[in-house]
Design a protein around this ligand. Sequence first.
Ligand code: 5HY
Length: 244
Amino acid sequence: MKILIINPNSTASMTHKIGEVALRIAAPGTTVRTVNPPDSPASIECHTEEALCVPGLLRCIQEAEAQGYDAYVIACFGDPGLDAAREQARGPVIGIAEAAMHAASMVANSFSVVTTLERTVGMAWHLAERYGMQRFCRNVRAADLPVLDLEDPSKNARTLIRDECLRALREDRCESIVLGCAGMTDLCRSLSDEIGAPVIDGVAVAVKLVESLVTLGLRTSKLGDWATPPLKPACATLASGSGS
Ligand code: 5HY
């Protein structure tokens, strides 16, 4: 089984970190490759950056389709381009927010999302609505941390996130935490141990979910909404770029 994980931002250190966690969690026999488009924003922190990262993300999927990949994970908490990615792919495509919120709803009666910047709080709420997860989502909280500070050891990111998780448990009375950024993937296990509640990282969950779907022989339905798009010139030119 071949799974492609796409970090839609162009920060290679984050892509590497995501790849390490995915390799650790994947089953023996699963080939995991982690890529990022070279030409997307360095971090994705608003709707515009989400829109800008989508062409590169779709190019990664088109190329991987030609190489016979079985499934895809979109490793950015906004799940950018998820519907378009599903149009391009034969196999399953899962976004990490989608994966994490569903997993949280199965191991706890409620969750709060702890994300990076205040301005992405609304985006996470939109996703909770989209996935029917509002019933479980107590709150979306920001640690007031730019995404790229997660890559800088001097910024004390883990402490800020840990403190926000503890506030969420106390003030929201939530029973679990969903980490709201792919760049937090390496913190999941230790935070969970430290705060004494399930902490859910969408990267790890999405890898296990796509593995399961592929094992079950499930692919993306091509009967309606996610049918392969008509090959008009704009769609065809996507294939002219490449991932790194
Ligand atoms: C992410 N941005 O997972 C998102 C989430 C966030 O560059 N990778 C990004 O923090 O808003």
